[in-house]
Design a protein around this ligand. Structure first.
Ligand code: SF4
Length: 362
């Protein structure tokens, strides 16, 4: 496996991507006839000269693979971390959030299709160096940097560089991801990545194949590995009426999370709203999500949450032992109530929650 110099930048002249500064990719292999094989996500694309991978942003130019979106952002915001959603990682703080373009999934219900499917020509990308990103995160009072809005795994080299600097400055680091990164990719991120907010979009391979153009098992494998590597893991499942909302499927998913990621893993069950190419069904009723959360609690999950339903009581964090309200949430704002460090202030129960970024400055 070739690990190339991440500092190399050249001016790319391809007619599709004219003027975009290119950065040589990590984690790829050179094959015969100027073909390359990318090992960053589980599509493991073989890419002919002059072509790009499924994600659209990793390009083969004369037998060298380039990360075309390195340092190129489409979106920048300072969000409450609850918006990711992340409820057990630095709660009540701001997260400096960045996105670019492209995606390695082609979900029919994508809610960020305007950037995930954008071309270089349409996207009006802006340049931002890793150093400047860290400076802006600190200047805005953010406690973390999140790579979000589009799939961060396909941006690999850039979050890796920025996150490494961010951790030295005491910032948390967050991936909001579809979980399709390979083991090699995730292991490279491990020294810098604090939180892995992963979508488990359904619990059938059929759904992943038909709706996302991907497979289920690599997503589950990456979530397990992230946990093993010491990252904080939270899952999100967009519950889509008639597609992944059966009692059996949701129970199987919850049981899998309890067994493989642990009962303290926060799981978010979010309401679907018709979008992009999936407009043939209505939004998920709140009652469906409540039922799933109640069942999750019965099965032993400590922190099930409802998502995408404004001001729902199941967005609060409750002590699994005594039921005290530990964190109250309204929209994206949160108020710490009966939480004392990592303990319930009412009964003393240990609460699995990251309140501070581990010190890696030395
Ligand atoms: S990141 Fe994934 S989709 Fe993109 S080129 Fe590499 S293997 Fe293909």
């Amino acid at each position: 496996m070739k690990e190339t110099n991440p500092g190399k930048i050249k001016n790319y002249k391809n007619h599709h991507y004219s003027g975009v500064l290119m950065h040589e990719a990590r984690l790829y292999q050179k094959l015969e006839n100027n073909t390359v094989k990318c090992a960053l996500c589980n599509h493991r694309c073989t890419i002919q000269e002059g072509k790009h991978g499924i994600c659209g942003v990793r390009l083969n130019e004369n037998g060298t693979l380039y990360a075309a979106t390195y340092g190129k952002i489409s979106s920048e915001a300072v969000d409450p971390i609850e918006k990711k959603p992340l409820f057990h990682y630095l709660p009540g703080t701001l997260s400096y959030s960045l996105g670019s373009i492209g995606c390695n999934f082609h979900c029919q219900h994508c809610q960020n299709w305007h950037i995930s499917r954008a071309s270089f020509e349409d996207a009006a990308l802006r340049s931002l160096s890793p150093e400047e990103g860290v400076r802006r995160a600190l200047a805005t009072g953010s406690a973390s940097i999140a790579w979000t809005y589009n799939e961060p795994a396909i941006w690999h080299e850039y979050p890796l560089d920025m996150g490494t600097l961010a951790r030295r400055k005491g910032l948390g680091t967050v991936y909001v991801t579809n979980g399709y990164i390979t083991e090699e990719g995730l292991r490279e991120l491990a020294p810098m990545l604090g939180a892995y907010r992963v979508d488990i979009k359904a619990f059938t391979d059929d759904f992943y194949k038909k709706v996302c153009g991907a497979r289920l098992q690599p997503v589950l494998d990456s979530a397990m590995l992230a946990r093993e590597l010491g990252m904080h893991v939270e899952t999100v499942t967009l519950v889509i009426p008639g597609l992944n909302d059966s009692k059996e499927e949701m129970e199987a998913l919850i049981r899998w999370v309890i067994e493989h990621l642990g009962p303290a893993t926060p799981m978010h069950f979010s309401a679907f709203h018709p979008d992009y190419k999936m407009t043939d069904r209505g939004a998920t009723p709140a009652a469906t999500l409540e039922k799933i959360c109640n069942r999750a609690k019965d099965l032993g999950l400590r922190f099930p949450y409802v998502g995408n339903v404004y001001n729902h009581r199941y967005e609060n964090t409750y002590c699994p032992a005594c039921g005290a309200t530990l964190i109250e949430r309204q929209g994206f704002s949160s108020t710490i109530r009966k939480l004392d460090g990592q303990q319930c202030a009412n009964c003393g129960e240990k609460i699995e929650i990251v309140r501070h970024v581990p010190d890696t400055s030395s």
